[in-house]
Design a protein around this ligand. Structure first.
Ligand code: SAH
Length: 496
């Protein structure tokens, strides 16, 4: 490759961990990269944003668990830029704050490689904020200082403690858990008040964040007693006295809860986002994937009623209709019925308002209630547009009614292969359909799932989960928002 053809390296800050603290520029970069070179400070939920076909290089750990040496990382960037157009070097926090971003850029510069830099929210401020600690406050200080607890190549950081004490500002020590004795005795020896408030924030901005509030004289023992581990910030300064009043994060209702989301990947983001907003930790574990059946030729002219039981069914049907150069006007003389508000919402996207939505989230109730509504005669006919191998109960209900019908599959559900999960760490499993229950059962040892708490979207899903040994709960309504409400209600201590 000539010099001109070399790729661009984006040096990108990923922020402290919470996915929502990623900048728009960073999100854009990681979604369009050919290669992402990352390390251990980048959170899993940010890694999940990277498309599956992107080449990933982990420089956080290599064989033997030692990080890849810095010189080698810089070389990797040069090598990848010679092979690919867009290389993202993704780093925790901000790339230039103790992130060695400068060192990596120097090698790019000397190799004539183009680069851009996208700043990130540094953990030194972001993690402090999520711990309820504002890094400055006019009543307490007029400066803030970031200090590393590790010197170059692991040497003593050689901190000028008397100077720091004299500054009277907020001190934020990073990479300092291992040198906590050195730091606290250094500050005390330099004359800092032993009662100076201190805060420690471990894994800041993540659902499993921990915080310890202390005073300088107890700081080292509190860090050890609580087994604080990296990554953690050690904050010394009077602003730490505000941390109880300003703590909003640890009060979020799903804080530190690990919640398994079994929905297909294409659907999971809504529930996962709501869980995250409530402080929880969604574990994306799609156990099924849905695939449109193609080609299809549903005989819509032969039936008065079109019945949809899921949003995927709607999407597959309209995908085909539009491919054939038609649109919602082809359905103008039809009665459209739909199970659940999500299915009705999917229809609306294609310009169709469902004529009938049953009171409960299942196909059986849909037919039962619709039959009673007297809108059509059984002879008018029902075309069921749904998954291959859909529930038998719906068919039974159509037969009870004496309706002319056709069960027409428009999509199929496949199980996704997975390595078994360590279920001990999971607080909740969520099931948004019966196939998710079957899917999870197909990947896990059934005994490991026994008595696990499962929140289900409807009665039918709940019955199936319960028959298979889960301890089941059901949301009040068949919506994702209602599932979230139920998770919050049940996490409020009623069920433990
Ligand atoms: N460039 C990064 C810092 C890299 S140095 C930034 O701007 O945040 C690594 C140190 O950052 C860790 O030892 C720890 O002190 C701090 N750190 C990084 N992520 C953190 C987090 N989520 N919570 C608390 N501290 C964190």
């Amino acid at each position: 490759m000539s010099k001109k053809e070399k790729g661009i390296v984006y040096l990108v800050g990923a922020g402290p961990g919470d996915r929502d603290l990623l900048t728009l520029a960073a999100e854009k970069a990681i979604k369009s990269a050919d290669v992402v070179v990352y390390d251990r400070l980048v959170s899993d939920e940010i890694m999940e944003l990277i498309p599956a076909d992107t080449k990933l290089i982990n420089v956080g750990k290599n064989v033997g668990n030692h990080p890849v040496p810095q010189e080698r990382i810089s070389e990797i960037l040069v090598e990848e830029a010679q092979k690919f157009k867009k290389v993202v070097r993704l780093k925790g926090g901000d790339p230039f704050l103790f992130g060695r971003g400068g060192e990596e850029l120097q090698l790019l510069v000397s190799n004539g490689i183009n680069f851009r830099v996208i700043p990130g929210i540094t953990s030194s401020i972001g993690a402090a904020t999520y711990g309820g600690i504002p890094v400055t406050h006019r009543d307490f200080c007029s400066s803030v200082h970031m200090i590393t607890g590790i010197g170059k190549r692991g040497t003593d950081p050689n901190i000028n403690f008397p100077a720091l004490v004299e500054l009277n500002g907020t001190l934020i020590f990073m990479m300092s858990v291992g040198s906590i004795d050195y730091i606290s005795s250094g500050l005390l020896d330099a004359g800092m008040d032993p009662k100076m408030p201190c805060g420690v924030v471990e894994n800041g901005t993540r659902s499993y964040q921990r915080k310890v509030i202390s005073t300088l004289e107890n700081l080292a023992s509190d860090v050890k007693q609580n087994s604080i581990k990296s990554p953690a910030l050690i904050i010394v300064g009077r602003v730490c006295s505000l941390s109880e009043d300003f703590d909003w994060f640890s009060k979020l209702p799903l804080i530190d809860k690990y919640i398994l989301v079994t929905q297909p990947k294409s659907k999971a983001s809504r529930l996962a986002d709501l869980i995250r907003d409530a402080g929880g930790n969604p574990i994306l574990y799609p156990v099924i994937e849905t695939k449109y059946i193609k080609p299809i030729n549903p005989p819509i002219d032969d039936f008065k009623v079109l019945a949809f039981t899921s949003s995927v069914g709607v999407e597959s049907f309209f995908d085909d209709l539009i491919e054939k150069g038609k649109d919602a006007r082809s359905l103008s003389d039809k009665i459209i019925i739909a199970v659940g508000s999500q299915t009705a919402a999917a229809l609306k996207k294609f310009g169709v308002i469902a004529d009938f939505v049953p009171s409960k989230f299942d196909g059986k109730t849909m037919i039962k209630e619709f039959a009673k509504s007297g809108k059509v005669t059984p002879e008018d006919g029902v075309l069921l547009l749904r998954a291959e191998k859909g529930s038998e109960e719906t068919i039974v209900e159509l037969e009870n009614w004496g309706a002319r019908y056709m069960d027409y599959p428009v999509y199929r559900t496949n199980y996704v292969e997975h390595d078994p999960l360590d279920m001990d760490n999971i607080d909740w499993i969520t099931f948004t359909s019966k196939s998710c229950v079957f899917g999870l059962l197909s990947t896990q040892d059934k005994d490991m799932l026994k008595d696990k708490k499962a929140l289900c979207i409807g009665r039918q899903t709940e019955d199936l989960a319960s028959e298979n040994g889960f301890k089941t709960y059901v949301s009040d309504e068949a919506t994702i928002v209602s599932m979230l409400d139920k998770l919050i209600e049940l996490s409020g201590g009623h069920d433990e």
